[in-house]
Design a binder for this molecule. Structure first.
Ligand code: DGL
Length: 290
């Protein structure tokens, strides 16, 4: 009797109750997850780091697109209501493909939000972008920045070593500073009106201090984490997919977050803590194969 009353009053699960899927080649996308969690405290998240195949930034567009599709398939198999591609390299080459293959799942990348933030932040219209080799090669930032700010001048620099430094946890100190100097001092020194630099790789925000020291105080650093979170909030509202407070419980460990990694869950937890800004328990990271 009481059981059937409980059944009658239990709200039916809807698409809004599903978690948001987030993926990156490794732990870099945790900088985006951090912003998403702060903007959407009532949502659940499932994060996949393709640590077995990192880096994506040195691989061909075809390979990155294939990896991105495989990672998305795993997340879709777990049940997600929206996908955030928290990797600039994958966003730059695979976003349209993922949206077509997994339609009607909403798919949001990090390039357009980052470009919008840069377009708004630059007074001079001369904007720098630092990213992986793959992202720079594809020119996605140039196109996205010019779409929001026609006439902007964009100079892009591939800084692939930053990914290795970030993954190693060498985010400050003499080595990080020397690498940042080597990549950036001339780029900025030769362009006195460059006033904004996009951190066009989700691994780069943890190197912010070393990068800021290399470019000096006149250059504003912009990353796409917060603007991406704003786009996700907007998309959930428009699609009527915002979770209610009743879905707060759910994942292992951190309330509402489940972590998947394709290799070395212990390393993911240890290094990922720097990117997420809080500890991750190794037992909360599930090893998956794509
Ligand atoms: N996190 C990836 C990005 O935002 C780059 C790291 C990699 O090369 O896999 O582009």
């Amino acid at each position: 009797m009481s059981g059937s009353r409980a059944e009658a009053s239990a709200p039916a699960a809807t698409a809004a109750d599903l978690p948001i899927g987030v993926f990156d080649s490794g732990v870099g996308g945790l900088t985006v997850l951090r912003a998403l969690r702060s903007a959407l405290p009532d949502e659940r998240f499932i994060y996949l780091g393709d640590t077995a195949r990192l880096p994506y930034g040195t691989k061909s567009g075809e390979t990155v697109t294939r990896y991105a599709e495989q990672a998305t398939r795993v997340l879709v198999g777990r049940g997600i209501k929206l996908l955030v591609v928290a990797c600039n390299t994958a966003s730059s080459v695979a976003l349209g493909h993922l949206a077509a293959v997994f339609a009607p799942l909403p798919v949001i990348g990090v390039i357009e939000p980052g470009a919008a933030a840069a377009g708004a932040a630059s007074a001079s219209g001369l904007i720098g972008v630092i990213a992986t080799e793959g992202t720079v090669r594809g020119g996605a930032y140039e196109r996205a920045i010019r779409a929001v700010r026609p006439g902007a001048d964009v100079v892009s620099v591939a800084c692939q070593l930053f990914v290795a430094l970030a993954e190693e946890g060498w985010i400050d100190g003499p080595v990080a500073e020397a690498v940042a100097q080597r990549y950036l001092a001339n780029v900025v020194g030769e362009r006195p009106t460059l006033d904004c630099l996009v951190l066009g790789c989700t691994h780069f925000p943890v190197l912010r201090q070393a990068i800021a020291a290399a470019v000096g105080p006149r250059v504003r650093l912009v990353d796409s984490a917060e603007t991406t979170a704003e786009v996700v909030v907007d998309c959930l509202l428009r699609s009527d997919l915002r979770a209610g407070h009743r879905t707060r419980e759910g994942g292992a460990g951190q309330a509402g977050v489940r972590f998947l990694a394709t290799d070395a869950p212990g390393r993911f937890a240890r290094v990922g803590a720097v990117f997420l800004g809080e500890a991750i328990a190794p037992e909360d990271v599930e090893l998956v194969d794509l």
